[in-house]
Design a binder for this molecule. Structure first.
Ligand SMILES: [Zn+2]
Length: 332
């Protein structure tokens, strides 16, 4: 029997909701229909995505029962792809900006903590090439992607894996989940992006219902100039992730300091390992509680690990204080 491949656990999770909750065709509310789980390998770890998928419930609508997935999904990864778009953008910039070989890119990605084999590096570079070769003026391609669709909802993402590297700009349609145009540009200037947007607007026969992005200033300016008066909605997840950055940093520091306070759990455990008395079991239980608190990563950014650790240690501390007060726990 073939051995099952061990699945690495995710160290982050993100729940993605649809920003657009009205059906782009009939305007009625699309009901949240089911959750779809995806696991993505990114430059910052393995992310478990929960996608809140919606569908139009209006039987008279052309889009009746058709799936509408959260707009932000496309910023994380290409459809059915295991590696994040940030990994693809990073590998592409290493290849074409820094002229690194496939084995070198493989090594750099491994050093960054991305568990990838060399053959997959070749595949992600192929995806990068494909991404940059798509043309919005190719009428046959656009027809194939969008079919009889009458509206599009544009999503704009800019990925810059590292400071100084090119920005991979991607413009997608959220209804068909297709990539309309992608370009790697040295700058993140609004003018370059508004030029890309203007190309998309000129090439599409469909009407643009709305634009979705994480609202970086350059995107905001580009949308305002290329698509004036179009509703520009913010991707909640990326927006609040940006807003939470200073809190996340402070939380990481707090966790480091808290960990220093609970060093030395192992020696305590060892000191009672042979003890048969009930007290030994109690001490072991508390040690276990501390160790489990230390490995609880929370769910950043809304449930940060430092705050979580403090809450758990406070509970352990007050429990110990209670036992001491009742006088049935000898002082060590
Ligand atoms: Zn509908």
């Amino acid at each position: 029997m073939a051995r099952k491949k061990k699945v690495a656990p995710a160290n982050q999770e993100a729940i993605l909701e649809c920003i657009q909750q009205k059906c782009p065709h009939c305007g009625q509310t699309m009901w949240s229909d089911y959750d779809n789980e995806r696991r993505i390998r990114t430059l910052s770890g393995i992310v478990q995505l929960t996608l809140k998928v919606r569908r139009c419930a209006n039987r008279g609508c052309e889009r009746y029962h058709q799936v509408y997935r959260p707009e932000a999904e496309g910023k994380w990864a290409l459809p059915k792809h295991e590696f994040g778009l940030d990994v693809i953008a990073y590998a592409g910039s290493l290849r074409y900006q820094e002229h690194r070989s496939v084995p070198q890119i493989h090594q750099i990605l491994r050093e960054k903590g991305v568990n990838i084999c060399q053959r997959s590096v070749g595949h992600i570079l192929d995806r990068y090439d494909e991404l940059l070769s798509v043309s919005v003026t190719d009428k046959n391609r656009i027809e194939k992607l969008l079919g009889s669709q009458k509206q599009v909802i544009l999503a704009i993402d800019g990925l810059q894996p590292q400071v100084g590297q090119e920005v991979l700009w991607v413009i997608r349609d959220c209804i068909s989940e297709s990539i309309l145009l992608a370009r790697s540009l040295l700058s993140s200037r609004g003018e370059d992006l508004s030029q890309m947007l203007a190309e998309v607007v000129a090439a599409l026969p469909q009407s643009i219902v709305a634009v979705v992005s994480d609202a970086q200033p350059s995107i905001r300016n580009a949308v305002a100039s290329a698509l004036p008066n179009k509703p520009h909605q913010l991707c909640h997840y990326h927006y609040y992730k940006e807003a939470f950055k200073p809190i996340t940093e402070a939380d990481r520091h707090a966790k480091k300091e808290l960990k220093k306070l609970v060093r030395g759990v192992r020696p305590i455990e060892r000191s009672v390992s042979d003890q048969q008395e009930p007290i030994g079991e109690v001490v072991k239980g508390y040690c276990l509680a501390v160790r489990s608190a230390l490995t609880d990563e929370g769910h950043p950014p809304l449930d940060p690990p430092g705050v979580k650790l403090r809450q758990r240690l406070t509970k352990i501390h007050s429990s110990l204080e209670g036992v001491k007060k009742r006088g049935n726990f000898p002082n060590h």
